[in-house]
Design a protein. Structure first.
Length: 149
């Protein structure tokens, strides 16, 4: 399971002209589920996101987590996070889990994150979404439950 984690001052997701998820300040997480991922991957990644120290403390150091700052997280399912563009010019998505598997693991990730005390907003799985965000920093961190990078 992979995540692109962005620190944002605001972010929202619109589907069919309706805002379905939004956060003021906090994190925008693009989540991609891989073939072979399971709920343990989601739980590990949720814990990493919740405790990732990328918010500034009183001294201006990135030393606080989303939990410590009482911020929100917007989670957007994005199979393209699993894209492999190392060969050629067209990315492949062979490592992305089929949607029948990915949806349950996406939900499990969100549930794990909420279970840690994080307020979670969501996009709509498999929908065409218009995601708007204002990056804060910009801070953008890549995470992988298998620690491949």
């Amino acid at each position: 399971m992979r995540a692109v984690v962005q620190r944002v001052s605001r972010a929202s997701v619109v589907v069919g002209g309706e805002t379905v998820g939004a956060v003021g300040g906090g994190l925008l997480v693009y989540l991609g589920v891989a073939v072979g991922d399971d709920e343990i991957d989601g739980s590990l990644l949720a814990s990493k996101v919740a405790h990732l120290r990328i918010f500034e403390d009183d001294e201006g150091r990135m030393n606080l987590s989303v939990l410590q700052k009482s911020c929100e997280v917007l989670v957007v399912s994005a199979f393209s996070v699993q894209a492999d563009a190392r060969k050629g010019r067209r990315p492949t998505f062979e490592t992305a889990a089929p949607h029948e598997v990915a949806e349950g693991l996406y939900e499990a990730f969100c549930t794990s994150l909420a279970g840690l005390g994080v307020t979670v907003s969501r996009g709509v799985f498999r929908a065409t979404m218009a995601v708007a965000s204002v990056n804060d920093g910009p801070i953008c961190i890549l995470l992988d439950s298998k620690k491949t990078f």
